[in-house]
Design a protein around this ligand. Sequence first.
Ligand code: URA
Length: 252
Amino acid sequence: MRYFFYKPKKKKILKRLKVFLSKVGGTDVKISHEHKGYVWLNFEEARSCIRHKNMRDMLDIANEYAHRYERINALNNEYRKISSTKNWDLSKRLVPGEGPLDSGIMVIGQAPGKNEDQDLKPFIGRSGNLLTGMLAKAGLDRKKLYITSVVQFFPPKNRLPTRSEVDVCRPFIKKQIEILKPKFIILLGNIASMTLLGIGSVEKNHGRCIRKDDTEYMITFHPAAILRFKDKAPLMLGDLKKFSDIINKHKN
Ligand code: URA
């Protein structure tokens, strides 16, 4: 955060404030002896001590981030547990979503592949490289987006997730959306589009933007489809550029 500090009768001074969030294991926090006069406060107490509104706003943003972090972690722990149900045919290793929890933009794919299952990170294989490159060409930096999939367990032999697997995973992707409250969601491929909007045939519907629950959903191809049908690459890039323009207009 940047703000100006006005010294009486002196020039204004630009201050930059960075808030670092860290997690503590317990509640017994000791403040080291050189920090005389410092006290450990809970959030509400700390907030009430701050006189400047912009500082309070900064603390609220940090608090909201910490809250989302806790909720996403709890959700992932719950999600991991469903892999121990009977007749589970997917990998038992959850590939969690990745990216800043306050991104405002989510990208949702279908299901992890073998590489993702090994490293437990979404979109790091060939599809992932293609996606990262396409996003960059459209002016979207992957590191600033939250990336996840409808099904977050690798389907063996890279098969499509079944309808019942999607049904089991649907509440978890919906809950992620509820926690992260993105303004924009880019849906990659039929499974993502069908699961979250009930709209199939990306071939016909790519490039469409649909507003639902205060979020702008955008439909495009899955990068794995582009690896197979290279002639579709300009279409996906065109969609992403269109979405990127809409996102930028919203920022300005
Ligand atoms: N394809 C997906 O849909 N998700 C991943 O995480 C990787 C590849």
